[in-house]
Design a protein around this ligand. Sequence first.
Ligand code: IMP
Ligand code: MG
Length: 165
Amino acid sequence: MDDLGDHDIVVLCVLKGGYQFCADLVERIKALSRNSNHTIPMRVHFIRLRSYLNDQSTEDLHILGAEDLSFLAGKNVLIVEGIVGTGKTMETLLKHVEAFRPKMIKVAGLLVKRVQHSLACVPDYVGFEIPNRFVVGYALDYNEYFRDLNHICVISESGKKKYKV
Ligand code: IMP
Ligand code: MG
């Protein structure tokens, strides 16, 4: 809240994996601004990315719903992502968003993986650092399965085999 100040905030929710975290985070920001003297005007926008097949990151990243982000110009943008693995997705998205000249961009990631090499992009705000395993639940998927789990867990090898495409 201190970092974003009292300027217009645009929350940019990265779908689909970020929706649960984003919804909970927006609720929290609303509660905080209710309890402070000023309300922060906030917009919530959605952008959809896809890069994973099975548990492997693919080079070809698709950005959907990103056609016109010109309303981001001069705004304080908070990108909300469920998980950062290699950081490549976030790196690509940041470049894309920067082109629309926002005043400030911050990234909030619920989970960040501890990978061997350094991350292409590290979020400004991190919920939890986790081992480099494939996790599902709380909107995170394996080939679109398991988003509906209330908890986050590591997918088993038999689970991976069963839902492989
Ligand atoms: P990165 O490009 O490797 O950082 O991957 C980021 C994207 O891949 C996120 O937007 C997630 O949707 C997805 N992802 C990475 N790791 C996991 C995981 O363990 N479970 C589910 N999705 C993941
Ligand atoms: Mg996914």
